[in-house]
Design a protein around this ligand. Structure first.
Ligand code: IFM
Length: 445
């Protein structure tokens, strides 16, 4: 399994999941500070207050990346470090941290890929309506401009949003994520305002960045299949909310008519103003794809909508080998997402911006090595089938704060002992180092 010359090998993290130092450098509060500190919201009462202490340990973490041989590192900027209340001038001390990080990466020849929004919305913006409010999209564009002006000379790869599906539907429909709201109709407005933020943010980036910089959005696309032929319409509905509600407007087709019709009893979609869909379709250079697990669905008795607005009668079918998240393992789903993008959407270079698995193994993580191997094989199959995949980022470099699961679930190829903050390479880290060195692999050893 050889990958093309120039294929980019990376690892990914996100600000609230690893940084800690929530009260340093003038950082404001985010919706995740509030949510994690609300009893009952996060397993074990865990918070990101300390996390993997990356804010203080970024130098040794970058040295670790160098030792792994990474070409690239995907990280996110915490909006409340840059604008503590979500609006107004930049907090210089907040930007300084990312400035130091980017310089440290450059000194080891590691390419930074910067995500502007990986879920830590400044709390004041949530208090003003959050993603349910149109104004948040305009605030995001201002924030994008501030970060681009400071780091644009050294960061070549930019992402507006990470997984807007999670922000909108886990944040505003099921309430499993911050801000914990449970209004499916409002979650559709949130999805729209996130996409509008992406469009306005991309325009702000284009205006502030050098012409060589590349912009993108990162989506957690789903390979949706019906459990039986009787469930095919359920699969269509879930596909609409997982994939097409994002992909269609991003690629200039506007919102899918069937998604609008399916959700008409929840909202009249009046939040979509004239011209919004054109803004959302602002051209970008790359599409980031995050993939973990397949999505098999069936019709069932009516229940709460959960993270699928209007789909209280559909439930997931979980079977086969599972990760520690109880997520089914099926690498073929990744190939099918990639070939579908090739077949149904305009050609655009693709990055696999996250892929990985939580397992309970401490250091000898054979399960994770197998998982990563099979998913790399799935990417390789897509390359052979002509899909333009430019790189792969493992999730995650380090064990970290896994949102509502707290520290109970570990995705790192490097183990973190949270009591001492000691980093220990897992077998998967050694294996990945060899993959990078050889531009591919013949197996799992
Ligand atoms: O940890 C998350 C990450 O923040 C976004 N994508 C999925 C990962 C695993 O759940």
């Amino acid at each position: 399994m050889k990958f093309p010359e120039g294929f980019m090998w990376g690892a990914a993290t996100a600000s609230y999941q690893i940084e800690g130092a929530v009260d340093e450098g003038g950082r404001g509060r985010s919706i995740w500070d509030t949510f994690a500190h609300t009893p009952g919201k996060v397993a074990g009462g865990d918070t990101g207050d300390v996390a993997a202490d990356h804010y203080h340990r970024y130098r040794s973490d970058v040295a670790l990346m160098r030792d792994l041989g990474l070409d690239a590192y995907r990280f996110s900027v915490a909006w409340p470090r840059v604008q503590p209340t979500g609006r107004g001038p930049a907090n210089v001390a907040g930007l300084d941290f990312y400035d130091r990080l980017v310089d440290e990466l450059a000194s080891h020849d590691i390419t930074p890929m910067l995500t502007l929004y990986h879920w830590d919305l400044p709390q004041e913006l949530e208090d003003a309506g959050g993603w349910a409010a149109r104004d948040t999209a305009a605030r995001f564009a201002e924030y994008a401009d501030l970060v681009a002006l400071r780091l644009g000379d050294r960061v070549p790869l930019w992402t507006t949003l990470n997984e807007p599906w999670c922000s909108a539907f886990l944040g505003y429909s099921s309430g499993d994520h911050a801000p914990g709201r449970t209004d499916p109709g409002v979650s559709l407005a949130a999805a729209h305002h996130l996409l509008l933020a992406h469009g306005l943010g991309t325009q702000a980036l284009r205006a502030a960045l050098p012409a060589t910089a590349r912009t993108s959005i990162v989506l957690n696309l789903a390979a949706v299949t019906p459990a039986s032929p009787a469930d095919s319409d359920a699969a269509r509905r879930i596909d609409g909310l997982a994939n097409r509600i994002f992909l269609d407007p991003l690629f200039g087709r506007g919102y899918p008519a069937d998604v609008r019709a399916d959700t008409a009893r929840l909202t009249d979609w009046a939040f979509v103003h004239d011209g919004d869909e054109a803004v959302i379709a602002t051209p970008m250079d790359l599409l980031g794809v995050n993939y973990y697990s397949p999505t098999v669905v069936e019709l069932g008795a009516e229940g709460p909508d959960g993270p699928w607005p209007g789909c209280g009668d559909i439930r997931p079918v979980v079977s086969g080998p599972l990760t520690a998240m109880d997520w089914p393992i099926d690498a073929d789903g990744l190939t099918s997402i990639l070939t579908r993008l090739r077949d149904e959407y305009p050609a655009i270079p693709i990055m696999i911006t996250e892929n990985g698995a939580a397992f309970d193994d401490e250091v000898h993580d054979t399960d994770r090595v197998n998982y990563l191997h099979d998913h790399l094989a799935a990417v390789h199959a897509a390359l052979q089938a002509g899909v333009d995949v430019r790189g792969y980022f493992v999730w995650s470099l380090l064990d970290n704060f896994e949102w509502a699961y707290g520290y109970a679930k570990r995705f790192g190829i490097v183990h973190v002992d949270y009591a001492t903050q000691r980093r220990v390479w897992r077998d998967s880290a050694y294996w990945y180092r060899e993959v990078i060195k050889n531009h591919g692999t013949n197996g799992t050893v």
